[in-house]
Write a protein that binds this ligand. Structure first.
Ligand code: SAM
Ligand code: SF4
Length: 326
């Protein structure tokens, strides 16, 4: 089974697949994970990387998927990740394979990942101040992430995009410093509005700042922001010019301007559950459906699940971001 091409509508709107390979992480970012709660998944519940690759192949055979992004938890703590990259890169149709990482282990793995077919990385970096970085990541070492960014550049995992979550208490320091850093190294940035997750909800609310507020401030400081007409499903793309630099910046605004209507992605967590939205607790157990029924039935059930997608009433997640993959 598997040669039949399915045409259900909801499935045919999906262009991007996010694969969360683990819910474990070597950092504990305040907005993502509880300080002390262990990861929720027992190792026995994790899909093997082979099964993950198999499901990705099934999805790519039937859906117009153009790109696969590896995420987590921290994807680089999952043993054998480079082998998974090689399996995904060999999928007919050659979807782009990228990864979102905190960068701390990139020095060790960048060359292998590149060799096996990874094209580029997003590296999460909220602050260039070592103390603020350690505070938001609960103990992370800024130098390790910066070294990971260098390793990505040296191994041509380009464009390297920084993911920076905006925080009320520090954006006036962090945003200009990140722009100058990105401009100097030729990196792109994604500024992400803070979403409320199951952990630290009160902190998330008090630290929220909208992208619009920052854009207004940058303009008042003399920066010029030119919006690109072409924007992706989730990011409003722009170029920010000023102080002799020019940086491509994507503004990700799930709270101030939800982009649900143009969303073209699905997510699979490390247990093989598909989620139609990061904020949606409902899921469909695609790995189990493929195992116990057949591909066509599994995909029809997935299409029905996607067709009943609702706009999240409020951006609140019951559990941690790391359990699905941000
Ligand atoms: N560990 C990897 C990393 O940090 O890049 C991949 C997983 S992480 C969950 C993916 C992205 O989600 C990161 O860029 C992180 O900053 C973002 N993220 C996590 N929790 C968030 C929240 N509450 N609001 C906005 N972005 C969040
Ligand atoms: Fe780990 Fe990434 Fe979550 Fe930070 S954002 S705790 S690095 S999974």
């Amino acid at each position: 089974m598997g040669q039949m091409i399915l045409q259900p509508r909801a499935l045919q709107s999906i262009r991007k697949l996010r694969l969360s390979v683990t819910d474990r992480c070597n950092l504990r970012c305040r907005y993502c994970m509880a300080a002390d709660r262990p990861p929720t998944l027992d190792r026995s519940e994790l899909l093997s990387l082979e099964e993950m690759a198999h499901i990705a192949r099934v999805l790519c055979r039937h859906l117009p998927i153009q790109s696969i992004k590896l995420t987590g938890g921290e994807p680089l703590v999952r043993h054998g990740l480079s082998d998974l990259v090689a399996e995904l890169a060999a999928i007919p149709g050659s979807p782009e394979i990228s990864m979102t990482t905190n960068g701390t282990l990139l020095r060790r793995f960048a060359a292998d990942l590149k060799r096996n077919g990874l094209t580029r990385v997003n590296v999460s970096l909220d602050s260039l101040d070592a103390m603020r970085f350690a505070d938001v990541t609960r103990g992370g070492n800024l130098a390790a992430t910066l070294d990971g960014i260098n390793a990505a550049l040296e191994n041509e995992l380009r464009p390297v995009k920084l993911n920076a979550v905006l925080r009320r208490s520090s954006w006036q320091q962090d945003v200009p410093q990140l722009l100058l850093f990105a401009g100097a190294l030729g990196l792109e940035i994604r500024f992400i509005e803070l979403m409320r997750t199951g952990t630290e909800r009160v902190w998330c609310d008090s630290e929220f700042v909208s992208a619009a507020e920052i854009q207004t401030w940058l303009t008042r400081q003399g920066a010029r922001i030119s919006l690109e007409t072409h924007s992706t499903g989730s990011a409003c793309l722009s170029s920010v010019h000023g102080e002799g630099i020019s940086v491509r910046v994507g503004w990700i605004t799930p709270r101030s301007h939800p982009f649900c209507a143009s969303c073209d992605r699905i997510r699979m967590n490390a247990r093989g559950h598909i989620f139609r939205c990061l904020m949606d607790g409902e899921r469909i157990p695609i790995a189990e459906l493929i195992r116990t029924t057949d591909e066509t039935s599994a995909l029809i059930a997935t299409d029905q699940y996607l067709s009943s997608k609702k706009s999240p009433a409020a951006m609140v997640r019951a559990d941690s971001m790391a359990s699905i993959g941000g």
